[in-house]
Design a protein around this ligand. Structure first.
Ligand code: 4AD
Ligand code: MG
Length: 467
């Protein structure tokens, strides 16, 4: 049996005088006269444990392998540390080598690697300071999200990953099939003659990876009142941007007896709660981001927690943008979707805080959003954040059967595929609303990291599914 010592997090919080055993990976080694210094990390906290090895106290055939990247167990005594920033250090008595790391070839040797290079070594980057901090924040954020909903009595529902319906109606879906691509079965006769015969496929019809759990969450909201999903979602859009992933995680609350006002209220309370929680739990990690990655991170987060979000309608937002005197890459006019440059202008120049834009033109939003009486706009809301742009997309849902059916037909969607969604409006329909938060978009916000590929453990993007 391997005798487990404590986490380095706990060892660093203990007082001098006690024996301790630490396990971890060597970050750096420094040799000076009569003594060797090692920085040891086990990922449990931002700080490393400083280990001091007196010359001659550890056999040379072991010591020579205690180099950057090596995995070791070190037992010794905690002593008061003369170094700044730590109370204790470990004076080594015994070192057991689990796995050496050849110092000639270990890829994570030098400081100052580029993010692109680190992405290529995603099997090792999690041992670096930056990625250690990223993934501890990610963990704290996930827990904060669950506790927010738990405190408010929301039911956590697992929506399916494989689905036959396109929630966003945008067609950016990955197919799921077991058909032989080299030898596809074809329809033998009739109108669809020659087309792929999906009745022979695994599910007997075309199936996809979900782009959103919303439609299923609505089923549950109309039975459990307040629910949320938190799971992976997939989008086959060919967007090679620092804000898009092909596989990302989404949090989707859905509330019955709720309108757009209630939806916006929840979104704001939610963002404030989870940001405050992570600031509280990961202060050392956030200090690092503020110092090394983006020196506005802490200020921005405090600004979000302490200020009310601004509300503007899409129509007002377009007026502001038209009057701004800016030259846009994508022209603004009523009916055009807001692009990242517009979203950033509103949050960074006009209002200098998160902005909720409501009531978008129906043509640029999904079929399920509730129609406004003006016949032109729908009860949509997007939460836009400085630096990131859209972080949340949500809406009040169309709960009226006839209006929804019209919408599905107008948008040329397959009516049969949505039979159950329509039926929810036939039996005990209720006003309801919800939103979707892109987990990695919020991670970008919390960490100040520039590229969404660097806040998910193993990014999937066009042309890349390594690791
Ligand atoms: O605005 P979206 O498309 O909304 C929906 O999917 C709704 N069904 C949500 C709902 O009302 N329940 O996506 C929601 C959020 C976006 O605001 C954005 O933060 C994130 O998901 N998102 C992405 N994040 C990373 N990579 C992508 N390709 C993303 N696409 C959307
Ligand atoms: Mg959206």
């Amino acid at each position: 049996m391997i005798e487990k010592g404590g986490y380095i997090r706990d060892i660093l919080a203990s007082t001098a005088g006690a024996p301790a055993t630490a396990h971890g990976w060597v970050k750096t080694r420094r040799d000076s006269k009569g003594v060797h210094f090692i920085q040891l990390s086990d990922g449990s906290c931002f700080a490393d444990l400083q280990v001091v090895i007196d010359a001659g106290s550890i056999p040379e055939d072991i010591l020579k392998h205690v180099t950057t990247g090596a995995c070791v167990r070190i037992s010794g005594d905690l002593v008061e540390s003369p170094a700044a920033g730590q109370n204790v250090e470990l004076r080594a008595r015994e070192i057991e080598l689990f796995g050496p790391a050849d110092s000639q070839t270990y890829p994570l040797q030098k400081k100052g690697h580029t993010m692109e290079f680190l992405r290529d070594i995603a099997h090792l980057r999690s041992r670096s300071n930056t990625f250690g901090a990223v993934f501890r924040v990610r963990n704290a954020l996930a827990y904060a999200i669950h506790s927010f909903f738990k405190e408010r009595g929301f039911l956590y529902v697992h929506t399916p990953i494989i689905t036959a319906s396109d929630c966003e109606g945008a067609g950016a879906m990955f197919g799921v099939t077991t058909l032989d691509m080299q030898n596809l079965p074809r329809v033998k006769e009739g109108e669809r003659k020659g087309q792929v015969d999906y009745t022979e496929d695994f599910f007997g019809k075309p199936a996809f990876l979900t782009v959103s759990g919303q439609l299923n969450a609505e089923i549950f909201a109309l039975a459990f009142s307040n629910v949320y999903t938190f799971g992976p979602t997939f989008r086959a859009e060919n967007s090679n941007t620092p804000r898009h992933l092909a596989e990302f995680w989404m949090i989707e609350p859905e509330m019955a007896f709720c309108d757009l006002q209630g939806d916006m209220k929840l979104a704001e309370a939610f963002l404030k709660y989870v940001i405050a929680k992570v600031m509280d739990e990961c202060s050392a990690d956030l200090d690092f981001f503020n110092k090394r990655i983006d020196n506005t991170v802490l200020e921005t987060l405090e600004n979000v927690v302490n200020n009310d979000f601004v509300h503007v309608t899409y129509t007002e937002a377009v007026k502001i943008l038209e009057k701004s005197g800016q030259t846009w890459e994508f022209p603004v006019h009523f009916g055009a979707d807001l692009q990242s440059e517009h979203e950033r202008y509103l949050t960074e120049q006009t209002f200098k805080r998160p902005v909720i834009v409501t009531d978008y033109p129906k043509e640029i939003k999904a079929f399920y959003m509730r129609a406004n009486d003006d016949g032109k706009t729908v009860r949509a809301m997007d939460v836009l954040a400085p630096r990131i742009g859209e972080i949340i997309g949500g809406s009040q849902r169309e709960e009226r059967y006839d209006v929804l059916l019209d919408k599905i037909r107008q948008q040329d969607l397959n009516e049969e595929a949505y039979w159950w969604y329509l039926e929810l409006r036939k039996y005990g329909s209720a006003p309801h609303a919800g939103f979707g938060l892109g987990f990695e978009r919020l991670m970008l916000y919390l960490t100040g990291m520039k590229n969404i590929r660097d806040v998910i453990p193993f990014p999937r993007t066009p042309g890349s599914a390594e690791f």
